[in-house]
Design a binder for this molecule. Structure first.
Ligand code: CMC
Length: 429
């Protein structure tokens, strides 16, 4: 196995170590490049930069493969629950029965949110986006749940993880209820993680919520599909902010903020708004495909394309099937699904999309599933955030335990003005 790459620069050759991942990934280790040769590397958007070694998630973007701790996403979506997948990501192994029971009961134990946090919600403007609110609330958790000195470090970490997983879900449902001016519904220890969320969102004193197992299953799958995706933008934000050794709540709050963007977790809301726009304008997809291909138009086909996948996103395949299943089970029809399928069919035969390797990603069909669950559109990115929590937590933990850990501090290539003298204000021309 070759383990050196040769770099020739300015008439001299330098050997750079090559490191090998367990699934055939190879990377040139440039850690000492600047020190030894005076060169840095340039990679806008870090599209070809490995920022860490990780054993959590494996992706092959050319083959459309996604595995968590070795287990294919298709198997997790079919057989696992969101709570079990969260355990897997955080602990690297599937839980035994008693371990899963302990983990689930810890989530129940930490599901309540400090009553004083309610007043925060009440002071946000009614039209504030739930992702901005969620990011602030997650950051403020540290003030309400500081370290517990009498617990060991491991116990503290486990409690913090359970708090995050459980309370963020409760906070999300609370924000919805408060935005509607409705009475809050508290979590119940009798309900599973996903059933609890649906109940907190939709139960009301005038119309008790009837939990439907089909919808609980759909939500489990939806969250499993979002659980982790290696070094994506929000996870990189969590690792970067966490690398300054801030508390985990602050690091995850940064992740929520990054996820909000329409190119990342905000894409699920953007997709449904795009499908609605097409529907409202008569259902003809042709002008939208043309706009997406037009270099002079900033419009993009939302829910299409991915930095890593150059083929069909395996999560999108599962999500597409889920749309059909849930709508059939609910005996509902959503005309936006027809538009989405037409867009996909046309785009996948179009030379622009073929040449640019643009395929549906996880967000393309997810809004249809969320609509069937009754989730309002501005909460879609929040649903993504709850799903991504196990990933953020496990990646944060891995970075904290990493023996090669360093403060994240990328370099730049400076292209600004050369040294010049300060000019007093009355002498400036
Ligand atoms: N519609 C039309 N053209 C596109 C699209 C799209 N959705 N995505 C990429 N392109 C074109 C882009 O114009 C560029 O063309 P050219 O090379 O001719 O200038 C080329 O493809 C490469 O685009 P890029 O922006 O350099 O690629 P990227 O890897 O930086 O972008 C992306 C990845 C996801 C930001 C992008 O595909 C996009 O904006 N998609 C729409 C938003 C979206 O669905 N985001 C959700 C991503 S999946 C969930 C998640 O992980 O957050």
């Amino acid at each position: 196995m070759k383990d050196k790459a040769i770099l020739t620069y300015d008439g001299k050759s330098y050997e750079l170590p090559v490191i090998h991942g367990s699934e055939g990934d190879k990377a040139i280790d440039i850690t000492n490049l600047r020190k030894d040769i005076g060169l840095t590397t340039f990679d806008p958007g870090f599209g070809n930069t490995g920022s860490c070694k990780s054993s959590i998630t494996f992706m092959d973007g050319d083959k459309g493969i996604l595995r968590h701790c070795g287990i294919p996403i298709e198997q997790l979506a079919e057989h696992s629950s969101f709570v079990e997948t969260a355990y897997l990501l955080i602990n690297s192994e599937l839980p035994k029965k008693d371990e899963l029971e302990r983990f689930s009961s810890m989530l129940n134990d930490h599901s309540l949110v400090h009553e004083d946090m309610r007043s925060f919600f009440e002071n946000f403007p009614r039209r504030a986006h739930p992702m901005g609110i969620l990011s602030s609330m997650v950051n403020s958790l540290m003030a309400f749940y500081p370290e517990i000195p009498e617990k060991t470090e491991d116990e503290q970490i486990n409690i913090t993880f359970a708090r995050l997983l459980s309370k963020v879900r409760s906070l999300a449902a609370m924000s919805y209820k408060i935005s509607r001016g409705h009475k809050l519904v508290y979590p119940s220890n009798r309900l599973s993680y996903c059933a609890n969320f649906l109940n907190m969102m939709f139960d009301s004193p005038v119309r008790p919520y009837v939990i439907e197992e089909d919808l609980v299953h759909a939500l489990n799958v939806f969250w499993i599909l979002h659980a982790d995706h290696e070094q994506n933008c929000s996870t990189s934000a969590v690792r970067l902010v966490g690398s300054a050794r801030v508390n985990i709540y602050a690091a995850i709050s940064a992740g929520v903020a990054a996820l909000w963007g329409p190119l990342h977790g905000g894409a699920n809301q953007a997709v449904i708004e795009m499908l609605q726009l097409i529907y409202d304008s008569g259902g003809d997809i042709t002008p939208f495909i043309a706009k997406a291909k037009d270099k002079n138009d900033s419009f993009r086909l939302m829910g299409f394309g991915h930095r890593v996948y150059k083929t069909y996103d395996p999560r999108a395949k599962i999500m597409k099937k889920m749309c059909d299943t849930v709508l059939k089970q609910q005996k509902k029809n959503n005309p936006l699904l027809g538009i989405a399928k037409r867009l996909e069919e046309v785009a996948l035969k179009d030379s622009y999309f073929i040449e640019h390797n643009l395929y549906p990603n996880v967000d393309f069909y997810s809004g249809i599933v969320l609509t069937a669950l009754g989730i309002p559109r501005n909460m879609f990115p929040v649903m993504f955030a709850i799903g991504r929590l196990p990933g953020w937590i496990s990646q944060w933990r891995e970075s904290i335990d990493d023996p090669h850990w360093r403060l994240h501090r990328p370099r730049q290539v400076y292209i600004g003005a050369k040294k010049r003298d300060y000019v007093p204000i009355d002498k400036r021309v």
